[in-house]
Structure formats: structure tokens, C-alpha cells
Ligand binder design. Structure first.
Ligand code: FE2
Length: 350
């Protein structure tokens, strides 16, 4: 055997054959061409050699005493999948050739070997191996990049979600600090509206939007003087008109915020009524957003059931009677039905 090729890029090839003369011929051809060549006379010797040296390619006989070349390539595919394999055999058998190709062997050459036959086959196999390794490296790099970007996108989405939650909570708090009588009202409306949306089978994203809209639906009340909001007696027509502006005011404040839900529109429509008797636009049910139909019912139920500055709490039974009586008139019939069911059958409580 010649001295190893000092070129660090020279390829290392293992030749496995029980016939010494064949090993010698193949090694001579390869070494003359600049390859580094090691030999093994059996599969068990080859396995030890593989465990001790790095190889790019194996040229192996098929029929040998002990384990066969087929068993060797199976071992190689399992333990060293980056090593290319070529079978060298005296048996000309198309079925056998097909079987080893199916296993993943790159080529099948027959003895007696020729110089050009060996070199063409070796060069092809090494070229194909390099392509496969670089394709795999590229694919793995791409997969890692996609995974990294997905992780960072998820984290950005999470931050965005937390920012939206924070904005909504801050707005809700602003309203509640100014108007103690509606403290908690918005949150209770949001909770009931969300329960109705879930029961009606709304998709998860919409349910989240309905909850957020509920939490700030009375935002526009910050433009109403606090003494009107907390006035214990009857309101004058002017005072009532000021309060009636709050859906429009809320809409005006929210309309330029790019929420992923139509929150500003829902806030604008939450005092509309199914029969068109609501305000500010007098929309009928079919023109109201589904989210607004839900908030409208939840808002009324909570408002009637709870204490107001001008009257004591009327209780949930009274509230449910009210929406039941006006079901399909002032209130969306489906939403009302689901709301009644939540309290009567599903044990919903504020
Ligand atoms: Fe309101």
C-alpha cells in the first residue's frame, strides 16, 4: 500500500473483498488516482476498520465467508449513513443488482474490474454523495431557519397580544376610576358575552374579541360628567342625551386603533336594538354585527340585575324576564335564547 495522500481533501476509501488479488488491483487503481485506500478481507474486519477510520466510500464484495457484503451495507447505512457504497461482485445477477440499489447502494460493478470502470463508478458515487450531503445540510439549515423564525414570530405575537390586553385593561380602568357605579359592570358584561359566544359556537379568535369589546364597551362615558353618571335621581332629557352619545364617543376614540377585531364598531352598536329602536344609528338586528348583538343582551342583563345610582339592584330573575319578554323584538332571539339557557341550565352566575 502506498503512503496516504497528504492532501486533506483526498477521499478515504475502504475496499472489502476476501480475495487479496482483487483488493490489491482495486487499491492500486484508486491510489494511483490520489485516493487513500484501506482494505479488509471480511465484513467483521471492515466493521472494526470503519469504527476506527473516517471513510467517504466503501467498495465491497457481496459473497464472502462469514457475513455478506449486503449485511455490511446494512450496517453502514444504519451507523454511517454518509458513507457511499458500491458493490463489486463476480455474480452477474440483475435481481441482486436491483435489490442492492433498492437498499441504497450507489453502483454495482462486476469482476474482473477495469481501471476506467472502477474510477467512473467511484467518481460518480462520491459526486452523488457530496450532492446528497450538501442538499441535506441545506434542507436542515432551512428547517432550522424556519423553526427559529416561527419561534420569534410566536414570541412577537405573544408580546402583541399582551400589549393589546394591557391597552384594553388600561382603558377599562380609566372608565371605572371615573365612574364607580359602572365599576365591574364592563367586566361582568364581558364575561357573560364571552359565555354566550362560546355557547353559540363562535371561533376562539372572535370570542376573545367579544370579551375585549365587552370590557371597554362603555368607554365613551368618560365624556359624560361624573355627576350625571352618579346622579341618584331621574335624569333630564339633556342629561339623557349626553349619556346617549357614549357609543359614538367610544367609537371615535377607538376607531383608529388597529385591533384584530371590530371593537370600535361593536362599541358603536352596543345600544342598537333588534327592531331598530336603539341608538345611535337605529340599526336593525340584521345590520348589527353578531358581536354587538351579544354585547347588547349581556349589557342589558347585567345593568338590570345590578345596582344603579338611581335605583337598587333588580336582580337576575327580573333581568331575564325582561329579555325573555323582548326576545325577537329588542333583543336578538338566538342570543337571548342562549343567554336564558346559560342562567337556567348551565349555572352561569355573574
Ligand atoms: Fe353602554
Amino acid at each position: 500500500m502506498r503512503q496516504p495522500n497528504p492532501n486533506p481533501r483526498a477521499k478515504n476509501i475502504l475496499v472489502v473483498d476476501d480475495d487479496e488479488s482483487i483488493r490489491q488491483v482495486i487499491c492500486d487503481i484508486l491510489e494511483l488516482e490520489g485516493y487513500n485506500c484501506l482494505v479488509s478481507s471480511s465484513v467483521s474486519e471492515a466493521k472494526t476498520c470503519l469504527d476506527e477510520n473516517p471513510f467517504d466510500l466503501i467498495l465491497s464484495d457481496i459473497n464472502m465467508p462469514g457475513e455478506s457484503g449486503i449485511e455490511l451495507v446494512r450496517y453502514v447505512f444504519d451507523k454511517y449513513p454518509d458513507i457511499a457504497t458500491i458493490m463489486v461482485t463476480g455474480v452477474v445477477d440483475h435481481n441482486l443488482a436491483e435489490a442492492v440499489f433498492e437498499l441504497g447502494v450507489y453502483d454495482y460493478i462486476t469482476k474482473p474490474v477495469s481501471r476506467s470502470g472502477v474510477l467512473i463508478s467511484v467518481k460518480n458515487a462520491l459526486h452523488r454523495r457530496e450532492l446528497e450531503i450538501s442538499n441535506r445540510t441545506y434542507r436542515e439549515g432551512l428547517e432550522k431557519m424556519v423553526a427559529d423564525r416561527t419561534t420569534s414570530l410566536r414570541s412577537i405575537m405573544q408580546q402583541l397580544r399582551e400589549t393589546i390586553d394591557g391597552v384594553i385593561q388600561t382603558i377599562a380602568l380609566t372608565v371605572e376610576i371615573r365612574d364607580p357605579y359602572t365599576a365591574g359592570h364592563q367586566r361582568r358584561v364581558a364575561t357573560l358575552a364571552r359565555a354566550i359566544a362560546i355557547e353559540m359556537g363562535f371561533p376562539g379568535e372572535s370570542i376573545e374579541g367579544i370579551y375585549h369589546a365587552g370590557v371597554i364597551h362603555d368607554l365613551g362615558k368618560i365624556s359624560v360628567p361624573a355627576e350625571i353618571l352618579s346622579k341618584p335621581g331621574r335624569l333630564t332629557v339633556n342629561e339623557l342625551n349626553l349619556i346617549k352619545d357614549h357609543p359614538q364617543t367610544g367609537f371615535d376614540i377607538l376607531k383608529d386603533i388597529k385591533f384584530p377585531w371590530p371593537i370600535a364598531q361593536v362599541v358603536l352598536q352596543h345600544h342598537e336594538r333588534h327592531d331598530g329602536s336603539g341608538y345611535p344609528q337605529g340599526l336593525t338586528g340584521s345590520r348589527m354585527l353578531p358581536e354587538a348583538r351579544i354585547i347588547a343582551v349581556a349589557d342589558v342583563v347585567e345593568a338590570i340585575a345590578s345596582h344603579r345610582p338611581y335605583r337598587p339592584a333588580l336582580g337576575i330573575d327580573f333581568a331575564l324576564e325582561e329579555i325573555s319578554r323582548d326576545k325577537g323584538i329588542a333583543y336578538d332571539p338566538d342570543v337571548t335564547e342562549v343567554c336564558l339557557k346559560l342562567f337556567s341550565e348551565k349555572g352561569f352566575q355573574f
